[in-house]
Design a binder for this molecule. Structure first.
Ligand SMILES: Nc1ncnc2c1ncn2[C@@H]1O[C@H](COP(=O)(O)OP(=O)(O)O)[C@@H](O)[C@H]1O
Ligand SMILES: [Mg+2]
Length: 464
């Protein structure tokens, strides 16, 4: 039943939820951290730009005073060494306001530029260049936050990758932990409960070492329940066995009583009617003679019916000649009564089994043939009995409509249910330490019995 409903594992749900929450928390933390770090680094870039412009103003003072253009360009180019500086330009305070400037090309190489570069997206700082207390020009530095942002972006990506890695590891660890402490013990309990509900005794008990906390309490309660259930089942089985034994004894007694007392009385009645018929032949009228003849016939019929009933209750052949002979006699009578042809494959008549084994097998055949007659609609049946040292195999087959799947499931799930019919058959065989299975299809049914063989079942030889 449980295997049909494949539910999502609790452990998986818990692991995924926990991990999702952790991932979300870590991601939020990363984003917050990114923003914070971005603000800090921008501040640092601004400070560095200020320092750079300050240094340039100092370094440029002397070359500007001396009109040393080559030195001015050198100082500006050395200022461009920092990757973050996008452009530097110096506007001289002379009459033609000449400009010395360096910018970047597409490949970020330093190139001379002629005009003031555009400032959007850049950090700008400027200082006056002073020489001998006089303003001789203005130096401007433009820094780009591009590289700082790129580095931060790379770092954020790395964080995200780390988070994913940590999350996967967390899922695995959490799942393993949950599996070990929750899932695995719960599965074992589930298996045990399924075995009990399928009619078994609970199978192998789960190892207590696998349990922990509340699950240990649950395991103990389940074990106690199963113990109680098994004890009650055993009591029920014992009672069923006792009832069947009493029923067998009662049948044997009734059969014997019918045969010995009613049968004998009827035999005496037949003899007397025979005498009456002979005596009356000379002096009675035709009507009386006819009535006497009818009485003889009725008494004969009654006697044969009583004998059949008595033999069916407990076949004397079973005690006297053994199972094979009793089965032959029973199958013969069954064929005549039901018009169902019975094919037999039996061991020789001399081979004997313990009384209770023979009686149980006989009763199984009796019930199986009755079922074939009542339910299968088959015109034929077969009985195969094989007795070896290891095991006894008995198979009763028919070519009828088969047992419905509901009925079969009922039989297989019925566990140790009491009862006549199929359940009673199984009960008898289980008492011999054997097992009874039923196979059925639209082409017919087979009742298969296996019981411990002669080496285990104390054989007897005819006449012993
Ligand atoms: N040989 C068979 N062929 C078809 N159906 C069968 C056969 N044996 C048993 N059944 C089905 O299984 C049911 C249970 O059988 P059983 O336990 O002997 O009860 P009962 O014979 O009293 O109905 C029957 O009612 C019948 O439907
Ligand atoms: Mg029946």
């Amino acid at each position: 039943m449980t295997s049909e409903r494949r539910e999502i594992s609790i452990a998986l749900v818990v692991a995924i939820v926990l991990v999702a929450v952790t991932a979300l928390a870590l991601a939020l933390f990363s984003v917050f951290n990114y923003r914070h770090e971005e603000a800090r680094q921008m501040e640092q870039l601004r400070a560095e730009t200020e320092i750079a412009v300050e240094q340039l103003a100092v370094s440029l003072a002397l070359p500007v005073w001396n009109f040393d253009r080559a030195q001015i360009d050198k100082v500006i180019e050395s200022g461009m060494q920092s990757r973050d500086i996008a452009a530097i330009y110096l506007q001289l305070a002379d009459v033609d306001k000449s400009i010395h400037a360096r910018g970047r090309d597409r490949k970020w190489q330093v190139i001379p530029i002629r005009a003031e570069p555009p400032k959007e997206g850049l950090l700008a700082a400027n200082r006056s260049v002073l020489a001998n207390g006089e303003v001789v020009g203005t130096v401007n530095v433009l820094a780009t936050p591009r590289f700082t942002r790129m580095e931060l972006g790379d770092r954020l990506n790395q964080w995200m990758l780390d988070i994913i890695g940590i999350d996967l590891l967390l899922i695995v660890c959490l799942f393993l932990l949950l599996w070990r402490f929750v899932l695995y013990p719960v599965r074992m309990l589930e298996k045990q409960a399924a075995a009990v509900s399928a009619g078994g005794s609970g199978g192998e008990a789960p190892r207590p070492s696998a349990f922990f906390g509340e699950l240990e309490t649950l395991r103990e309660s389940l074990a106690q329940m199963i113990h109680l259930l098994n004890a009650r089942h055993a009591a029920v089985r014992e009672m069923a066995a006792r009832i069947m034994q009493l029923q067998d004894e009662e049948r044997r007694k009734m059969g014997r009583d019918l045969h010995d007392s009613t049968g004998q009385t009827l035999a005496a009645l037949e003899i007397n009617l025979g005498i009456l018929s002979r005596v009356s032949k000379s002096n009675a009228d035709a009507r009386t003679l006819e009535l006497i003849a009818q009485c003889i016939e009725l008494a004969d019929k009654c006697s044969s019916e009583i004998r059949t009933a008595s033999y069916l209750l407990h076949p004397p052949l079973l005690d006297e000649m053994g199972l094979s002979s009793a089965l032959r006699w029973y199958a013969d009578g069954f064929s005549k009564r039901s018009n169902i042809q019975v094919k037999l494959e039996l061991p020789e008549a001399g081979q004997r089994l313990p009384d209770e084994v023979e009686l149980s097998l006989f009763r199984v055949v009796q019930e199986a043939l009755t079922n074939i007659h009542r339910h299968s609609g088959s015109a034929t049946a077969s009985i195969v009995l094989k007795i070896t040292a290891q095991e006894i195999v008995l198979e009763i087959a028919d070519g009828g409509c088969g047992i419905s799947s509901d009925e079969l499931r009922n039989f297989h799930e019925g566990g140790s249910s009491l009862g006549v019919g199929l359940a009673g058959m199984r009960q008898r065989i289980q008492q011999l330490g054997g097992d009874l299975r039923i196979q059925s299809s639209k082409a017919g049914s087979i009742v298969k019995v296996r019981a411990p063989g002669l080496s285990l079942g104390a054989p007897r030889v005819a006449g012993n």
